[in-house]
Structures are given as C-alpha cells and as structure tokens.
Design a protein around this ligand. Structure first.
Ligand code: SF4
Length: 128
C-alpha cells in the first residue's frame, strides 16, 4: 500500500483547513441524519480536497483590496479590519478559509495593527 493510500482524507482536510465546532453546536447535530445541515456546515468532508482547475486561492479578491496587512478596503465608505484570524467554528464553505485558522497568517503584530489603523485614519470620511 502506498503512503498516499494510507492517508486519512479527513486528517488531510484538517491539515489544510482549520476545523472547530463548539460543544453546543456539536450537540445540535442529529447523528442519525446523514444530511444534517449543522454537520454539513462544520464537520470536514473529504470532498474539500477536490480542487477544480478554475478555483482561486483568493476567491473574493481580498488581495487586490488590501492596502496594508489586516485591512480589506473594497468599498469607499467602509473597511474591514482583520485583527485575528481565528473563529470559534470553521464553516466548510468559508470563502476566507485559506486565511483563517492555524494555517492562516496569524494575528496582527502591534506594528501591523498601528499601520492598519494609520491607513484607516488616513482615509477621508464618506457618507454611505
Ligand atoms: S470567517 Fe465566517 S464563514 Fe469563515 S469560518 Fe469564520 S464564521 Fe465561518
């Protein structure tokens, strides 16, 4: 048997994308229902290892709207400040899944946070 055949697909998913669920959410899962929607949202699935040729590593284009680390400035009147890259749960459909969790880029350092806040402060106030 090859090394690849011995690999547990769910362990491979977990090594690539963060996995977590709170005990309260886990308790809501119906173990008799193979289509339980809560399980589908939070429990890893081997199909996550399938990558289509046209899939993008940055599917929503955050990179193009990141003037400084930790800030996504997509719209003129608002910006997203990403202080930490952890969630209490990790949704299997998360479109920032490459960034959140232990595999992500971590939290901002003090200097990075200062730079992010300076960028936000430098932006003109705009009414929406
Ligand atoms: S960022 Fe949102 S969608 Fe992604 S794992 Fe966290 S809670 Fe789920």
């Amino acid at each position: 048997m090859s090394a690849k055949a011995k690999t547990d697909p769910l362990a491979e998913v977990a090594s690539r994308y963060a996995v977590a669920i709170t005990p309260a959410m886990d308790a809501l899962i119906d173990p008799t229902n193979p289509d339980d929607p809560i399980a589908a949202q939070f429990r890893p699935d081997a199909r996550e290892l399938e990558l289509a040729p046209d899939e993008l590593s940055d599917p929503i284009g955050d990179d193009a709207h990141t003037p400084v680390k930790g800030v996504v400035h997509r719209y003129a009147d608002r910006a997203l400040l990403k202080l930490v890259h952890v969630c209490p749960v990790y949704c299997r459909f998360c479109f920032r899944r490459e960034m959140v969790g232990p595999q992500g880029d971590g939290t901002l350092t003090g200097a990075e946070l200062d730079a992010a806040l300076a960028y936000i402060e430098s932006q003109p106030l705009r009414a929406s």
